[in-house]
Design a protein around this ligand. Structure first.
Ligand code: CAA
Length: 384
C-alpha cells in the first residue's frame, strides 16, 4: 500500500493551494455577505484547466485522475466553498456524465467547451437538474415531464436548488417520459439555457455557500431536439445515479477541505491566543479538541482518497463514495463547530473565517444526497 502522492498530484495540490490563497482569499468575506457569484475566480479555474480536470484532452479537458481532482477540491474548499461547488458540479456531474454517456456529437458540441469552461471567450458552465420541489431525496418521483412529439420533445416542469442555475449555459435535465415505468420511465436531456420557455427564478438567499449561484429553473413547452437525449430510452435515472456517485466524491472532498480550513485556523489561533497565562493550545480542553479534529479529518481524507482511487482503478465506487460523503460532511460540521468554539466570541463574528466555514459545512450534509440517503446507499450495499 502506497500512501504517497505522485509528482503530478503534488503539483496539482500546490497549484490549487496557490490559487485559493492568492485568488479566492481576497474578498471571500465580502462575496459571502453580498452573495456575489465568484465569476473572476471561476474564469481563472477555466484557465487553469480545473473545470474539466478529469475530461480527456481530446474533449478539451486536462485528463487528470480523480485523486488530483479531490486534492484540488480540498484546497479550494479550505478557502471558498462557493467556488468549489461550481467547480464540482461542472466536473463531476456535467463533464463526467457527458463524457461517459453522451453521443459523439454531444461531446463535440457541448463537452469540449464545458470542459474548457469557455466558449467564444465567455464563461461556459453546466448544471445538473434532478431535484424538484417535491422530488429531492425521493428522486424517482419526477414531475417534470417530457412528451415525445415524433421529431422533437416537449419539456414542462420545475427544478429547484440548481447550482450554477443562472450562470450555466447548458443544463442536463432529468424528466419523466412514462410515470408507469418508475425509474425506467425517466430520461436525461441536454437543454441550452437560452431556449425559449426556460425561466430562471431568483437567486436563493442561503445560509452558506452564499456566493454560489442557486436557482429554481422552470420549463414551459420547451422544444428539445431528439439529438439531445442522453443515452437510450429509460436511461435517465441510471444516468443521474451513476453521475452522482462521482459527484459525491467531489462533495466529500469539499467537506474535507472545509473541515481542514477550519482546523488550520483553529490551530493557528490556539497558538496565538493566551488565557490563564499561556497559549490556549496548552490547555488540555483545547488540545483534546485539536487532537480529535485532526483525527476525524484524517479518517475523512482516507475515505475520500480511497473512493477516488477506486474510481481511477475502474472499480465500483458506489459504496466508498457514499461512505466518504457521509463521513466527510459530518466531519466538516463537527470540526467547524468546534473551530468556532476554539475561537470563542471571535468565532461568532464574520471577520473570522470559521463562522463562514461553519455555515458552508451544513450543505455538504444535504446536497448530492443527504446523509440519510448516503446511509440508505451504504445500508443497501452492505446487506444485499
Ligand atoms: N448508483 C448506481 N445506481 C443506483 C444508485 C447508485 N448510487 N442508486 C440507485 N441506483 C439505481 C438502482 O440500482 C436502480 O436501478 P435498476 O432498476 O436498474 O436496478 C434504480 O437506480 C432505482 O433505484 P432504487 O430502486 O433503489 O430506487 P429508490 O427510489 O428506492 O432509491 C435513491 C433511490 C437511492 C433514494 C435515489 O433516489 C437517490 O439517490 N436519491 C437522492 C438524490 C440526490 O442525490 N439528489 C441530489 C440532487 S443533485 C445536486 O444536489 C446537485 C447540485 O446542484 C449540487
Amino acid at each position: 500500500m502506497d500512501f504517497r502522492l505522485t509528482e503530478e498530484q503534488l503539483m496539482i495540490q500546490k497549484a490549487a493551494r496557490e490559487f485559493s490563497q492568492q485568488q479566492c482569499l481576497p474578498g471571500v468575506i465580502e462575496r459571502d455577505e453580498l452573495q456575489k457569484f465568484p465569476k473572476n475566480q471561476i474564469e481563472q479555474l477555466a484557465d487553469l484547466g480545473f473545470l474539466g480536470m478529469m475530461t480527456a484532452p481530446e474533449f478539451g479537458g486536462a485528463g487528470m485522475d480523480t485523486v488530483s481532482y479531490v486534492l484540488a477540491m480540498e484546497e479550494i474548499s479550505k478557502i471558498d466553498a462557493s467556488v468549489s461547488v461550481c467547480m464540482s458540479v461542472n466536473n463531476s456531474l456535467v463533464c463526467w456524465g457527458l463524457e461517459h454517456y453522451g453521443s459523439d456529437s454531444q461531446k463535440q458540441k457541448y463537452l469540449t467547451p464545458l470542459a474548457q469552461g469557455k466558449k467564444d471567450g465567455e464563461l461556459y458552465l453546466g448544471a445538473f437538474l434532478l431535484s424538484e420541489p417535491e422530488a429531492g431525496s425521493d428522486a424517482t418521483h419526477q414531475h417534470t415531464s417530457v412528451l415525445d412529439k415524433g421529431d422533437h420533445f416537449i419539456l414542462n416542469g420545475v427544478k429547484n436548488w440548481i447550482t450554477n442555475g443562472s450562470s450555466a449555459s447548458v443544463y442536463l435535465v432529468m424528466a419523466q417520459t412514462d410515470a408507469s415505468k418508475g425509474p425506467k420511465g425517466i430520461n436525461a436531456f441536454i437543454v441550452e439555457k437560452n431556449t425559449p420557455g426556460v425561466t430562471v427564478g431568483p437567486k436563493e438567499n442561503k445560509m452558506g455557500i452564499r456566493g454560489s449561484d442557486t436557482h429554481a429553473v422552470s420549463f414551459t413547452d420547451v422544444v428539445v431536439s431528439k439529438q439531445n437525449q442522453i443515452g437510450a430510452d429509460g436511461f435517465g435515472f441510471n444516468f443521474a445515479m451513476k453521475t452522482l456517485n462521482g459527484g459525491r466524491i467531489g462533495i466529500a472532498a469539499q467537506a474535507l477541505g472545509i473541515a481542514s480550513g477550519a482546523y488550520e485556523l483553529a490551530l493557528a489561533y490556539s497558538k496565538q491566543r493566551q488565557s490563564f497565562g499561556k497559549p490556549i493550545h496548552e490547555h488540555q480542553a483545547i488540545q483534546f479538541k485539536l487532537a480529535e479534529m485532526a483525527t476525524r479529518i484524517q479518517t475523512a481524507r482516507f475515505l475520500c482518497y480511497h473512493a477516488a482511487w477506486e474510481k481511477d482503478n475502474g472499480m465500483d465506487y458506489t459504496l466508498s463514495a457514499a461512505m466518504a460523503k457521509l463521513h466527510a460532511s459530518d466531519t466538516a460540521m463537527w470540526v467547524t463547530t468546534e473551530a468556532v468554539q476554539v475561537h470563542g466570541g471571535y468565532g461568532f463574528v464574520k471577520e473570522f473565517h470559521v463562522e463562514r466555514l461553519m455555515r458552508d459545512a451544513k450543505i455538504t450534509q444535504i446536497y448530492e444526497g443527504t446523509s440519510e440517503i448516503q446511509k440508505m446507499v451504504i445500508g443497501r450495499s452492505i446487506t444485499k
